[in-house]
Design a protein around this ligand. Structure first.
Ligand code: GLC
Length: 462
């Protein structure tokens, strides 16, 4: 685009600095609490599902609770399901009766959520399902996910489906979301499948209209599937690659070999929607390390939590997120605004980097001092990020007697003698803030070492 303000890299900036977001799945399916696909998995008709509509009434202020918790967890942005595949809308829409306004809640949940996010200084993201099991013009028969896929009546019904009508509805609702809630930072579409992909959604037109109303908005890549990795992707592919319940092994690249922005999206337990029986919660350590893993590869983490039918977040989720938040409170500097480091992944953990500061994330209790491979001359100073304590930058503890991997390696330890093993202060991730040298300092330090080595000063282990 001509206006440089709206160049992809400019509008991506906040996202790539934020690194950590919270998503919420909330809707009618929250009441049966057997998965957000419950209408599909149990093949319910609209009538059978109606009882959830008739009793949808979350407590007041639930959105505030979500935003406060997201903030406390250290997240910088949120994403809420404004409409999931069941078609129920959490927002005031002129295009459908099937919304929270007409349920006993009589409230625009999206409005409350947007306001709550803004109060907490969180960027605002909206999820919108491309798939719609409620709309009369969305085909059902034979669709691998539609609740009525096996119903012979669907076959007849589908004959009268007018796809253009559905597109008009879907585009219209997205325009409502883009027009009625002020600045929206992130639009998350879900999802494309079979030939329901790309221009079947009239995707170029949709993205054009969205960007006209919200020029700085970021859009995920699910109007297509993987098309964002093409050498010359179509405009509708959006701004970033989004994977689900998985962290890519390597930084995500397009076919030209360029790194592209990406986000890994996964759940606090195994469910997107509230399920009281799913107690498979990840630990704070799991989440912290996953977040570091993402950032070390230039990606973001979007962590999903699910409110219950009254809109509240259960204890295990709260505790988990508070623990992650407490870690980020002390160590956030090694996450926010960080990128792929200039040094390869170390054996004992991961690196992240910001300018000339390298963050060494120690996941593993190593034996003796910690190896910094190939980093001789590169390190000026090291401190424990959480409390500012100096760490000892040192040489191999016994170079005269034993050999070590490379003379270009150096070491550090959090205590002396440097050959000793000291328990890591943070078992989830102890972060060392390493100040890197510039080229001149690097050369000097290397020369100093050569001199020292000749005169064997450094052979004294401590
Ligand atoms: C999966 C789930 C869907 C959920 C989405 C989030 O595709 O099936 O319900 O909204 O993940 O990415």
């Amino acid at each position: 685009m001509k206006n440089s303000k709206h160049k992809t890299s400019d509008r991506m900036q906040w996202f790539q600095e934020a690194r950590f977001g919270i998503s919420l799945h909330f809707g009618l399916y929250t009441i049966p609490a057997r998965g957000e696909w419950v209408r599909s998995s149990e093949r319910m008709t609209v009538d059978e599902y109606q009882k959830y509509f008739d009793s949808f009434n979350p407590d007041k202020d639930c959105c505030r609770e979500w935003a406060k918790l997201a903030k406390k967890a250290g997240a910088k942005y949120c994403v809420l399901t404004t409409k999931h595949h069941d078609g129920f809308c959490l927002f005031d829409t002129k295009l459908s009766e099937y919304s929270s306004i007409n349920s006993p809640a009589k409230r625009d949940i999206v409005k409350e959520y947007v306001e709550a996010c803004r109060e907490e200084g969180l960027k605002v993201g909206l999820y919108y399902s491309l798939v719609d099991w409620h709309h009369p013009d969305y085909p059902a028969f034979g669709d691998r996910q539609h609740p009525l896929r096996h119903d012979p009546d669907s076959k007849e019904r589908d004959k009268n489906c007018v796809w253009e009508k559905y597109l008009e509805y879907m585009h219209g609702q997205v325009m409502e979301l883009m027009s009625n809630y002020g600045k929206i930072d992130l639009m998350v579409f879900d999802f494309s499948y079979w030939d329901f992909i790309g221009e079947k959604w009239n995707a170029s037109e949709l993205v054009r209209k969205i960007r006209k109303l919200q020029p700085d908005i970021l859009i995920n890549d699910r109007l297509g599937c993987e098309a964002i990795k093409e050498a010359n992707p179509p405009a509708y592919v959006g701004d970033y690659d989004q994977s689900e319940q998985d962290i890519p092994r390597e930084p995500v690249k397009n076919k030209k070999g360029e790194n592209i922005p990406w986000e890994s999206w996964f759940t606090v337990n195994n469910s997107w929607c509230f399920d009281p029986n799913d107690r498979n919660f990840k630990t704070p350590s799991n989440i912290i390390r996953a977040l570091v893993n993402c950032v070390s590869k230039g990606g973001n983490l979007l962590l999903n939590m699910s409110p219950d039918a009254k809109g509240h977040i259960n204890r295990p989720t709260v505790e988990l997120l508070e623990n992650v938040g407490a870690w980020l409170d002390k160590n956030g500097e090694s996450i926010y605004g960080c990128r792929i480091a200039d040094f390869a992944k170390p054996e004992w953990g991961r690196f992240t980097q910001k300018g000339n500061i390298l963050y060494a994330h120690l996941f593993e209790q190593v034996v003796g001092h910690v190896n910094l491979p190939g980093m001789r001359g590169a390190v000026k100073d090291g401190r424990l990020l959480a409390n500012g304590t100096e760490v000892i930058i040192c040489d191999y503890w016994n170079p005269g007697i034993q050999t070590f991997d490379s003379p270009d390696d150096i070491f550090f330890n959090i205590g002396k003698p440097t050959a000793f093993t000291f328990p890591l202060p943070d078992r989830s991730d102890t972060v060392i803030r390493v100040e890197l040298t510039d080229e001149k300092e690097k050369k000097m330090l290397k020369e100093e070492y050569q001199e020292d080595f000749k005169t064997s000063i450094r052979r004294v282990p401590f």
